[in-house]
Design a protein around this ligand. Structure first.
Ligand code: XMP
Length: 515
């Protein structure tokens, strides 16, 4: 997409870098994250309206810390440095940075000093509660800069060279714990840089409907539909853009939950004139998974079987040139990001390798969007709530929720239990309040008693979490009556289950899925 005004965020490895991008976009300003290792030429070619330097775990005083080309500060662009970004500005521009022995982590009271355009519209002028997470701090500002705020612990918690439009904050305005942090960022974007709030999802849809036909021409596109929101939005957008040249393939791998996929596919069939190829491949998937317990092995087999089935079907469509995928911006960032200490924990790749194997070019209309933006696009496209707010469902499906061996019997137990969880979440209106809720079948049996009989049966775990992006999550405080109803219905209605437990772990250190 050709976007006129954009903010470039240089990533120095902070866990909050994505949040900076989300906050600027929520304010209606398009932003992109690039690694701090970008060259000045590459950066210039992006034509930024402003640059934000993110935080990061390094210390500017250590020899292998990530740096920045000093010439960037001479371009006349407005620059905002956050945390490590501030220390780097001080270090490069002639100030002094002091290493601290102790990290300051958590809330801090910020007191304003002097007149700063970033504080201009804040309601409680004078002081703010802000979120700090740093080791080093600035001891002396560079020439031309003034101190703009202090805290009880540090004398220079914000600095600015107003004339050169350079600002730096030791705290994190992008995190929710910083009071009026959004407003501070907006003051930078609108008052300092002078940007306009034009990045909306309706403008995104308009520009995509223009760009996609130009990119694709009269060629054919094949698209894998999973029933989830990302692939559904890709399909509907392409359907509007290129009509019958889009071919959608839905693969039933036998690992779907009750109604998963079918509801969405049914809706799309009814409301859109899609070329839909519905492939029943349950036997192929389930026979290959027989006897396997290792989750990574399950994921791999499901991944390559999907590619095989998909490729076989796609080959039947003559003249396909493109593969459409629902890649989102976090996947793009993950692949380019500056690797700090955060490591990838689990492999989530579902269809990796497909484009190379089939020699297809990629169409990824959502690759600039965050999940919340995709939901807004879905609303713009007129999709109903049950699609827009559908809980995420993993590509490997129930294979990663039936812990241990996958058998028809165990899949059926999980499907029935999960159906009750979904039903009770919907009936109590909690479905739309939580990020994701589902049942997990554990690989053990425990003792119970039914009538006068001792039973020895399966355990179902309920996993219901609140999250904004699945990167962190907390267990949902679902009213105990609802949990109780889920439990008694599952034990009474699902044959083979005599115990239900509720998972009260947060991510991190746990994950959302059980494996
Ligand atoms: P975790 O378990 O890593 O999950 O906390 C985060 C989010 O990702 C989903 N998930 C997957 N999605 N393929 C997918 O498409 C996968 O292999 C996979 N594993 C986890 C999970 O449902 C949650 O929303």
């Amino acid at each position: 997409m050709d976007i006129q005004e954009k903010v470039i965020i240089l990533d120095f490895g902070s866990q909050y870098t994505q949040l900076i991008a989300r906050r600027t976009r929520e304010s209606g300003v398009y932003s992109e994250i690039h690694p701090c290792t970008i060259t000045p030429e590459e950066l210039k070619a992006l034509q930024p309206s402003a640059i934000i330097l993110s935080g990061g775990p390094a210390s500017v005083s250590s020899p292998d810390s990530p740096g920045i080309d000093p010439s960037i500060f001479e371009w006349g662009l407005p620059i905002l440095g956050i945390c490590y970004g501030m220390q780097l500005m001080a270090h490069v521009l002639g100030g002094k940075v002091a290493p601290s022995l102790d990290r300051e982590y958590g809330r801090s009271d910020l007191h304003f000093e002097g007149h700063c355009p970033l504080w201009e519209t804040l309601s409680d002028a004078g002081k703010l509660t802000v979120w700090m997470s740093h080791g080093d701090h600035v001891l002396a500002v560079p020439p031309g800069f003034s101190v703009m705020a202090k805290t009880q612990n540090i004398e220079i918690a914000a600095m600015a060279d107003v004339g050169r439009k350079m600002y730096a904050l030791q705290f994190h305005p992008e995190v929710a714990h910083t009071e009026q942090g959004d407003e501070i960022l907006r003051n930078f974007l609108f008052h300092v840089v002078g940007l306009k709030s034009v990045w909306t999802m309706s403008s995104f849809v308009d520009s995509m409907l223009q760009a996609l036909p130009e990119q694709i021409g009269d060629d054919k596109v094949v698209c894998g539909l999973s029933g989830g929101i990302d692939s559904t939005v890709v399909a509907v957008l392409l359907n509007k853009a290129i009509g019958k040249n889009l071919h959608c393939i839905f693969v039933d791998n036998g690992l779907l939950r009750a109604g998963e996929g079918d509801e969405v596919i049914g809706y799309l069939r009814q409301h859109f004139d899609l070329n839909l190829h519905y492939i029943k491949a349950q036997d192929k998937f389930l026979s290959r998974l027989e006897g396997l317990e290792d989750p990574e092995q399950k994921r791999k087999i499901i991944g390559y079987t999907f590619i095989e089935v998909f490729e076989e079907e796609a080959k039947k469509i003559p003249g396909v040139k493109y593969l459409a995928q629902g890649t989102l911006y976090p996947d793009v960032i993950e692949s380019i990001s500056f690797k700090g200490p955060s490591a990838v924990i689990k492999s989530h790749h579902n269809v990796g390798g497909l484009p190379e194997k089939m020699d297809l070019a990629l169409v990824e209309p959502l690759r600039e969007l965050f999940k919340d933006e995709v939901r807004k696009v879905a609303q713009e496209l007129g999709l109903p709530d049950f699609i827009v707010w559908r809980h995420p469902f993993p590509g490997p499906g129930l294979a990663i929720r039936v812990i241990g061996e996958i058998t028809d019997e165990r899949l059926e137990i999980l499907r029935q239990a999960d159906k009750i969880v979904q039903h009770e979440l919907m009936a109590s209106n909690w479905y739309y309040k939580v990020w994701q809720g589902f049942a997990v079948l554990l690989p053990l049996k425990t003792v119970g008693v039914m009538g006068d009989e001792r039973t020895y049966e399966h355990v179902i775990a309920l996993r219901i979490v609140d999250s904004i992006d699945a990167m962190t999550a907390d267990w949902s405080r679902i009213p105990t009556e609802i949990l109780g109803r889920m439990s008694s219905r599952i034990i009474n209605e699902v044959k083979g289950v005599n115990r239900v437990v509720y998972d009260i772990s947060s991510k991190p250190p746990s994950t959302i899925e059980w494996e």
